[in-house]
Design a protein around this ligand. Structure first.
Ligand SMILES: O=C1O[C@H]([C@@H](O)CO)C(O)=C1O
Length: 542
């Protein structure tokens, strides 16, 4: 089956948290339309760039783009940007059931509101390993009042200006800013755009909630007052069910949980999100769990749940550890790997600019996307020196501020042997501030990877691999590396293309926190002309 949509992407004034801001919309909406398809279906989206003066690219997060690496939507990696007034057609197969997302992948545009959900249903007749009565989606976001362009300029100036903590947290595109703090801004507390999301439930029924986080910065904790959640899926893979009072979710992740409406049906309940992992001033984001037939706007009689302590790293670490493959759906990982890449995550300085780096190299995207230059052998277009694949782990103190904070910037990449097995260890460290290490959610394009293990402290390549979980590791496309911790993952380089692997915190990727993998580009047929047109690629003859 083919699912066709026609999108116009444009700036509009929107008030998702009651405060008016210039937002990027799809057909007038943020979040954009949910794409619903069945596994194996083809999705075709005509995207018209009506942003007036900005380029555009849209990434289909979690869709592997098998055979269509040019439609991954990653500007600088898989395509030239779509210029204003142009229309670009994305066409891809949704290869796996599950909950996924789409969002802008060009500079800081995602933060301006270009995002939405993709729900891929299993093929007809395939039964999932859990039962529920109703299926609902919840997409979480954080939201700033400052224009995204101003944020981007602040981050890339010598006079570095950090984006700070978000003003609001949005649940299905709705938040509530306190308009008495609006300063000179336009803020209307009764604007229907910012009335809270209401999830109406029938007493006794079970709800599958597909929860996705597309935050620019925040790690979130989601909680439905008085209701336990049973985690059943993560990033499109079935989980060995486990119950939580609240769910930690990092940017780029999706979870399905089951919620049973079995509490006192005479009232409504709060569904909330709180920031964790950063000492944030952002108020709790709220929605209402409405027990039918109570009035959907009747506020719960209780105070808002506050979630776990923001700095309880072990609490979040334990949820990561608990997330295992459902026993009936284990895809065993290869028992050995062909190559180990260790990626040290640090905050650095380059010529007086604040950057993030991996093994002391901060990623600069080349003017012509890698996919084009590699396929067309325009090898002068980026740094041919391989990106560094380890760091001096014997001597590096991850608990201290880096001795030499200077890094370099490069367009260099990791070239992988097609069909080889790759281990990647993400190693966290101290930032440039004493006693500070942040959580980074890393997202891999074009693949799902096995999560083999997490640890606290410095990864030891001699002993830690012996503790890998090769029995029931979950497969994901986004995974957290916890403060001062490490995360080990394994994937098969079996999808010809060029794939970004990066921190899903929007300002961090913008500041260079990512790497690029190439595999099997020589196996690809002709590239579509539509992805070309920037720099020298405009001279390539179709
Ligand atoms: O990149 C970042 O910069 C700030 C801070 O380190 C400097 O203001 C922060 O919290 C980041 O994640």
């Amino acid at each position: 089956k083919i699912h066709y949509q026609k999108w116009e992407v444009a700036y509009q004034f929107k008030s998702p948290d009651c405060f008016q801001k210039l937002a990027i919309t799809i057909n007038g909406r943020t979040p954009g339309p949910t794409i619903i398809a069945e596994q194996g279906d083809t999705v075709v989206i005509d995207v018209k760039n009506a942003l007036l003066t900005e380029n555009l690219a849209i990434h289909w997060h979690g869709i592997r783009q098998i055979g269509t690496p040019w439609f991954d939507g990653t500007e600088g990696v898989t395509q030239c940007p779509v210029v204003p007034r142009d229309t670009f057609t994305y066409r891809f197969v949704v290869d796996r059931s599950g909950t996924y997302m789409y969002h802008a992948h060009y500079e800081m545009q995602r933060s301006a509101g270009l995002y939405g959900l993709i729900r891929v249903l299993p093929p007809a007749g395939v039964v999932e390993p859990f039962i529920y009565d109703y299926d609902r989606s919840i997409i979480l976001n954080d939201w700033w009042h400052q224009n995204t362009y101003e944020q981007a300029v602040g981050l890339s100036s010598k006079n570095f200006t950090w984006v700070g903590e978000p003003q609001s947290l949005l649940i299905n595109g709705r938040g509530k800013f306190n308009c008495s703090n609006a300063g000179g801004g336009v803020c209307n507390a009764t604007n229907p755009e910012c009335s809270p999301y209401v999830l109406t439930v029938i007493p006794g029924k079970t709800y599958r909630l597909r929860i996705a986080s597309i935050t620019s910065l925040s790690a979130l904790n989601f909680e439905v007052e008085g209701h336990n959640l049973t985690v059943i899926a993560a990033d499109g893979h079935y989980v060995k069910p486990f119950m939580v009072k609240n769910l930690n979710i990092y940017s780029g992740e999706t979870y399905s949980v089951l919620l049973k409406a079995e509490q006192d049906p005479s009232r409504n309940y709060w569904a909330v999100v709180n920031v964790v992992s950063r000492n944030s001033t952002t108020p709790t984001g709220t929605a209402i769990l409405n027990y039918y037939p109570n009035h959907p706007r009747r506020l719960p009689p209780t105070v808002l749940p506050t979630g776990p302590l923001w700095n309880d790293t072990m609490y979040r670490f334990n949820q990561s550890i608990a997330t295992r493959s459902h026993p009936d759906y284990i895809r065993p990982p290869p028992t050995t790997s062909d190559r180990m890449i260790i990626l040290l995550n640090t905050q650095n300085c380059i010529d007086g600019y604040v950057k993030w780096a991996v093994n002391n190299v901060s990623l600069n995207l080349p003017q012509i996307p890698y996919l084009i230059t590699l396929k067309e052998r325009m090898l002068h277009a980026f740094d041919q020196k391989p990106a560094p694949e380890t760091y001096d782990y014997k001597n590096y103190d991850i608990y201290d501020v880096q001795k030499n904070r200077n890094a370099t910037a490069s367009t260099s990449i990791h070239r992988l042997v097609f069909n080889s097995t790759i281990d990647v260890i993400l190693q966290n460290a101290n930032t440039m501030k004493r006693n500070n290490s942040e959580t980074h959610p890393w997202h891999l394009h074009g693949h799902a990877f096995w999560v083999l293990g997490y640890g606290m402290g410095k990864f030891d390549p001699e002993t830690d691999p012996k503790r890998y979980n090769l029995v029931d590791p979950i497969m994901k496309n986004t995974v957290a590396v916890h403060p001062y911790g490490w995360t080990a993952l394994r994937f098969r380089a079996d999808n010809p293309g060029v794939w970004a692997f990066h921190c899903h915190i929007e300002p961090h990727f913008f500041m260079g926190m990512g790497v690029v993998f190439e595999e099997g580009v020589d196996k690809l047929g002709k590239l579509p002309v539509a992805i070309m047109g920037c720099g020298e690629s405009k001279h390539i003859k179709p």
